[in-house]
Design a protein. Structure first.
Ligand code: GLN
Length: 204
């Protein structure tokens, strides 16, 4: 069965996510049809959704302008998996501390933009992540820190004493970029494993 995976592509890194999604689907013995989302009307048909990194102020402006913001909220309300990375995490949070980012208020965390990697623009670290047997090679690029986490949010990984990977219901939010290595285990965990449990719940 082919899974339709939407990657919000109004700005930021998209092609690496498409490759990672296809690789994760293959690990699951399935195929993914990756759809780049730049306009409204496409999210509804997606089984899983990915909100990538980039510049959160720009992504925020464009997803609201294009009418995609409400569709992302509806996708999550339907219990369908969403992986939000870096600027994507900022966007789904409750508060980014920056009035230029109109957050979607879907994930019960507050974040601080550009909290990691200020000195050296980016760094890579092996990160133990709940649900993965080996540490994940995590690339941080002017990454947000998660400051406050609501009661319903599970912390999957921490760096420097702060959460950098969290899960709440169908949403996985990451401070880092899982698409910049050959390792697609997080795409697998957040999208395909999660989809399996959604489908198991909705089977009669
Ligand atoms: N610094 C960016 C922001 O605040 C996020 C960086 C990224 O997505 N790599 O929007």
């Amino acid at each position: 069965m082919t899974i339709r995976a939407g990657v919000v592509a109004v700005q930021g890194d998209v092609s690496e996510h498409a490759v990672a999604i296809e690789r994760a689907a293959a690990r699951h013995g399935t195929e993914a049809d990756v759809v780049e989302i730049r306009e409204s009307g496409l999210v509804e048909d997606c089984d899983v959704l990915l909100l990538p990194g980039g510049e959160s102020t720009t992504i925020s402006r464009l997803v609201h302008r294009e009418g995609i913001a409400d569709e992302i909220a509806a996708h999550v309300a339907a219990g369908k998996p969403l992986l939000a990375t870096c600027a994507g995490l900022i966007l789904v949070s409750m508060d980014s501390g920056d009035g230029r980012v109109e957050t979607l208020n879907l994930l019960d965390v507050t974040v601080e933009r550009n909290a990691f990697g200020r000195q050296r623009d980016s760094f890579e670290a092996p990160l133990p992540v709940t649900g993965l047997d080996e540490p994940f090679p995590s690339v941080f690029i002017r990454a947000p820190a998660i400051d406050e986490v609501g009661d319903d949010v599970d912390v999957l990984a921490e760096w420097d004493g702060k959460p950098v990977a969290v899960r709440q219901g169908p949403i996985v939010g990451l401070s880092f970029h899982p698409e910049l290595t050959d390792d697609s285990r997080i795409h697998d965990l957040a999208l395909f494993d999660a989809l399996k449990s959604v489908r198991a719940d909705t089977q009669p």
